[in-house]
Each structure stands twice: as structure tokens, then as C-alpha cells.
Design a protein around this ligand. Sequence first.
Ligand SMILES: [Zn+2]
Length: 284
Amino acid sequence: MKQRQLAVFAHPDDEAFGTGGTLACYAAAGVDIALVCATRGEVGEIADESLATPDTLGQVREKELLCAADTLGVRDVVFLGYRDSGMAGTTDNGNSGAFVNAPAEEVVSRLVGIIRQWRPQVVVTFEPNGGYGHPDHIAAHRHTLAAFHAAADPSSYPEQGEAWQASRLFYTAIPRSFFVEMRDRLVAAGVDTSEFDRFEEDGIGWPDDQVNVMVDVAGEIEAKWAALNCHRTQFGPNNLFRRLSDEEIKQMLGREYFALAWPDPDPGLQLAGLFAGLRAGSTN
Ligand SMILES: [Zn+2]
């Protein structure tokens, strides 16, 4: 049986920075990958006004995600169809269609159905703080964690199909040292890093000693870079990454980090990959 992976994120482009190289690497190795995207990123930025208006941004970003998925080799993309809730404290948080306002029962039930249908060995989503605290990222984390466990329980959501116990749940976990390194490189390039200072104050970044998997994606940099560039409305000419040299971009984007959330890892556990040690098709 083939190896299968499910990734659950909130917006088109969430998949590219933290996991694009890993998705490309595993897809190339024959893993079947499905990507769930809770929203179409309707209230994200528009880096170039010729690309979209606030009214069309969702449709444009849907196409951008399909472009990225194709580039990375992701087989299936499922949009849950909720509305982007916007950054914390914005009026979009209160929209009745916003992902953050969707009832947990409803979202978890749908994710349970997807997990039971896709039958992945490995599920990946955001860490509890969603990388940097975006309300939709935190919601995606919360609902995926609940669905991961509910999917394995035959008495939960029986209408959603036969129970499936995935072997591992991982969080994308960009370590604190990454943010420090990024800021140092940008300072050296003469860039205003005040945004990073806020990150630091907020305690952004996953503890380095709780990263369980570091995937070297140097060989997938071109696919990852191409996928990022599919997200044209988000990854515009003023994006901070574009201030780095090609060599620096390769270094910063060439490693991806994950924390094992289930089963509970022993302290200091290091795995060679998300599937390391799992038999293809095995559930244990
Ligand atoms: Zn996002």
C-alpha cells in the first residue's frame, strides 16, 4: 500500500514556506499527498493591484494554491470553504462565515470524514500558536488535533466512515533560531526588521530542542521557490525574502522543521523523516 500524507492549513500559501520542500520531496518519492485548506485567504494582502481586488482575491488565491499544489506534486486539494478570519483584532474576525466562527462540531466532523477517506499514515498541521498567532492557523490546529483523534474512534462521527488511526501527527514548527537567523541576515542586508522585533516580544518560534524532524529540502528548493511564486498576490516584489541573496534564500528555505505531536515523543527524539520507521501502509 502506498504511503499517504494529509496536510491541513488555513490559507493558500501556508503550505509553501514551512512545508513546500517536504511536500515536493515526498511527492517525488511516491507519497500520495492531500492538502486541506480551510479558507481561500479572502482578506490577505494584495501585493500587486493588477492581480486581484478584495472581491476577487479568494478566487485568485484558489488558483494560486492549485498552481503551487501542481508544482509541488500534491495530488488532491480540498477547500473547506470558510472565509478568511483576518489577523487578530480586525473586523473580519466577526464575519459569520469566518473560519474562527465555524462550529467545532461541524469542522471536526468534516475533517474526520477526510481523514477516514484519505487514510493517511502522517497528518501535518500548525503548532498550537499557528506559527505566529493567526486566528485561522490556531483554529486549523485545534480542529485538526481533535479530528485526528476522533477519526480513530469508531464511536465518534460514525456517519463519516470507518475509523482510521493515522500513525503520526506532526506540527510545522519553525524554530526560534530560524527567526533569529532571518533577522540577522536582514539586518546585514540593511532591511527594517521591526516586524521581527514584534515577533520576538511575542515569543514567536518553536523551542529548538522540541524539533523532532529536520527535513533537508535543498534538492527541492527550485520546486519550493516556484510554488512560493505561484502565490503572486502574497509573495510580491517587496517580500522580505526577496531581500536576501540567492545563496541565502537556499540556506533559509532549504530546511523544514516538524515536531511530533502524537504519539508523544521522548525528549530529544530525532526522526530522519516524517515516515521514518513506518512500514508503508502500516498503522503502527
Ligand atoms: Zn496563513
